[in-house]
Design a protein around this ligand. Structure first.
Ligand code: SER
Length: 327
């Protein structure tokens, strides 16, 4: 990887991945691809080139690839699961139509492509606990349908045309930088915002709803390491299960209370999100990723909670508890 295009660079993953790649590849072009209305700002704008790339327009992708001599594309454009249920046609157009456009440009111009899949690529008939790498994938959401189809299409472009496609199935991603939006796992981000702001958290999912989650630094590490992995070791490509922690609302709430004793949570269920979460695995088996490209996460729930609370307090100018103890 040297010259990299990130499609969806101002989104939840893209805004952090772009900065991370720019720090790792200072001698290349790391191009922030954005759509109108979501232009890069601040450090993201100032630290490297940007280009208008609406993934539904193949000419935009081709122009950016030509202009910056791009060899690797991170395709992060997607609608998350709950929004995709509200707008299934648009979710398909962006998720699958966009991927097709990206793969075609990659085929013509010789680029490698990373497109995240998700725990949402599984469905009710998938084994829910320690979900194996290769198993039944019959999701019942449009988000999941686009993700499984995307895995298949990406593998097809590898076998048929030799396009170097690789990806991971992300769990719910948690970060303090850019908020997600419209996902089923978003509650595990929102809960930290409520905790630092001293607000009672209204949890949309019921106790016992387990899902895999991951702290953003580990997700970025996975996205970079899979693209740098030795191809001769890869038996799989699209997509690898990756995992670092699995919890339900009760467990994350209890963990936050260890650091914010006054934190309160009540349940206000969202039936759509609950139905989606119930259809997804409780936990994934990521042994293939560990074997084929040495995947190993760094953050568990405790380490993530300490870091999230600290950084959100910095973000909102809220005093850290340790500061009050020292005065
Ligand atoms: N975070 C996604 C969602 O909840 C799942 O990959 O939609």
């Amino acid at each position: 990887m040297k010259n990299i295009l990130i499609i969806g660079a101002t989104g939840q993953i893209g805004s952090e991945l772009t900065m991370k790649l720019r720090s790792l590849y200072p001698n290349g072009n790391v191009v922030a691809g954005y759509i109108a209305g979501a232009e890069p700002k601040g450090a993201l704008l100032e630290s490297g080139p940007s280009h208008l790339v609406d993934i539904t327009n193949p000419a935009h992708i081709a122009e950016a690839v030509d202009k910056y001599n791009v060899d690797t594309i991170y395709n992060l454009a997607a609608l998350l699961s709950a929004v995709a249920e509200a707008k299934p046609q648009l979710a398909w157009k962006i998720g699958l139509g966009g991927l097709y456009n990206t793969l075609e440009v990659a085929r013509e111009k010789g680029c490698a492509v990373f497109t995240p899949s998700s725990i949402g690529s599984f469905g009710p008939s998938t084994p829910h606990v320690k979900t194996p790498q290769d198993t039944i994938q019959r999701p019942e959401t449009m988000y999941g349908v686009t993700k499984v189809s995307g895995e298949l299409l990406s593998d097809y472009y590898w076998h048929r045309f030799g396009v170097d496609t690789r990806s991971v199935r992300f769990p719910g991603l948690i970060s303090y930088v850019a908020p997600p939006g419209g996902g089923t796992t978003d509650y595990a981000v929102d809960i930290y915002y409520s905790a630092v702001k001293g607000e009672e958290f209204k949890c949309p999912l019921k106790p016992g709803t387990f899902m895999d989650m991951m702290y953003m630094p580990d997700a970025l590490k996975a996205a970079i390491e899979i693209m740098e992995a030795d191809p001769s070791r890869l038996k799989h490509r699209n997509s690898f299960n990756i995992a670092s922690m699995s919890f339900d609302p009760e467990i994350i709430s209890a963990k936050i209370k260890e650091y914010v004793p006054e934190f309160k949570m009540k349940y206000e269920l969202d039936p759509l999100r609950q139905a989606i979460a119930d259809s997804w695995p409780d936990s994934l088996d990521d042994s293939c990723a560990r074997e084929e490209w040495d995947w190993k996460p760094e953050y568990d729930l405790d380490a993530m909670t300490v870091d999230m609370l600290h950084n959100l307090r910095v973000k909102f100018g809220i005093k850290q508890p340790e500061d009050s103890q020292t005065v």
